[in-house]
Ligand binder design. Structure first.
Ligand code: UT7
Length: 333
């Protein structure tokens, strides 16, 4: 039996506060009709000021452990671009608060592709027999890094968390992670990011007036790249799986914009209704987007045990990737 990493639990968490498009329109020069027609987004969840990324990650992690009926794992990987603080990593605190003991725990930074990179890393730990079970969490609190005056990013992003438990199992089992494609292009680093606060441009008293602490994105360029890269990565893992594109029952693509999801489906000649769509209610939740969309698709019945599913994402870095698997019989909590 070929050893593989198998999805055995899925949990999600959204902070309770909801911001609608009409709420945004009261603060910014925007309106519900523009946001819905250009992005497909109707509302998003926003964490209250006392809630940090670790708080969302702990809730999603707890639910994933319960969904997998386990109380221990050998490692925790937290994909996030909005850690509680720059140093130390947030994952050890999450592991501690989940009562997981002195397990390996680290953050992984690949922006909106973070969850896929974390799945690949966890699968590697399992393949190397460093771990039998890994908790993989994607959690982000983008509301903390958006420019309050930037209507294009505030219309899109929301806060949230999602997590899966991966266990060692056999490659033929439902839930076994199949081919995984991960890629990057640092030449496009300036298209998505935060200019200040790192080692190149640290926050210091004498430079603060010139610092830009906010997340910036070149929307239209990113849009075009996202479509091309996710379609290409999806093709790659479908081919490596020995499937044909029409075999894909559900495409769970990073939830950035409904027009991107439809363009990816169109490029792949897949019916648009095979795309998981969750962004209308949560917006773009960055590293949490894929597990949140998976849980929503599973609870709506779009995604059922045995289905062939492709996960694909694109984000800052630039980074992108895809993973193919057969959906297991897990209950999302
Ligand atoms: O998660 C990582 C990956 N991220 C993505 O994949 C996001 C990809 N990009 C997008 O989803 C879209 O580019 C956006 C939704 C961000 C923007 O939509 P767009 O159709 O590409 O608009 P645009 O940036 O080309 O801007 C068109 C116009 C501009 O006005 P002018 O300069 O033509 O007068 C913007 O200022 O739309 C304006 N605009 C808005 N108007 C009303 C931008 N955001 C808004 C808004 N409300 N919220």
């Amino acid at each position: 039996m070929n050893r593989a990493a198998v999805v055995s639990g899925l949990g999600t968490w959204l902070p309770p506060g909801v911001v609608t498009n009409d709420d945004l329109a009261r603060e910014l020069d925007t309106d519900d009709a523009w946001i819905r027609s250009r992005t497909g987004i109707g509302r998003r969840h926003i964490a209250d000021p006392g809630t940090a990324t670790s708080d969302l990650a702990v809730e999603a992690g707890r639910r994933a452990l319960k969904s997998a009926s386990v109380e221990s794992v050998d490692a925790v990987i937290l994909a996030t671009t909005t850690p509680d603080q720059l140093c130390p990593a947030t994952a050890p605190q999450v592991a501690d608060r989940l009562g997981l003991g002195p397990v390996a725990a680290f953050d992984l930074s690949a922006v909106c592709t973070g969850f896929l990179y974390a799945l690949g890393t966890a699968a590697g730990l399992i393949a190397a027999r460093t771990a039998e079970r890994v908790l993989v969490i994607g959690a982000d609190t983008y509301s903390r890094i958006l420019d309050p005056a930037d209507r294009s990013t505030r219309a899109i992003f929301g806060d949230g968390a999602g997590a899966v438990v991966l266990r060692a199992g056999g490659a033929e089992e439902p839930g076994a992670l199949g081919p995984l494609d991960l890629a990057s292009d640092g030449g496009g680093a300036e298209l998505i990011g935060i200019a200040s606060g790192g080692s190149r441009s640290p926050f210091r008293a004498d430079t603060l007036d010139r610092a830009d602490p906010y997340f910036r994105m070149e929307g239209p360029t990113v849009f075009r790249q996202a479509v091309e890269r996710m379609a290409h990565s999806t093709r790659t893992v479908v081919q490596r799986s020995g499937w044909q594109l029409p075999d894909v029952d559900v495409l769970v693509a990073h939830q950035a914009n409904l027009r991107i999801l439809h363009a990816v489906a169109d490029q792949l000649h897949l019916e648009r209704d095979r795309c998981a769509v969750h962004l209308d209610r949560v917006g773009n939740t960055a590293a949490a987007s894929i597990p949140l969309a998976l849980a929503d698709a599973a609870s709506s019945g779009l995604l059922r045990p045995g289905h062939r599913v492709v996960l694909t994402a694109f984000g800052g870095g630039l980074t992108w990737g895809a993973c193919a698997l057969r959906w297991p019989d897990v209950t999302a909590l």
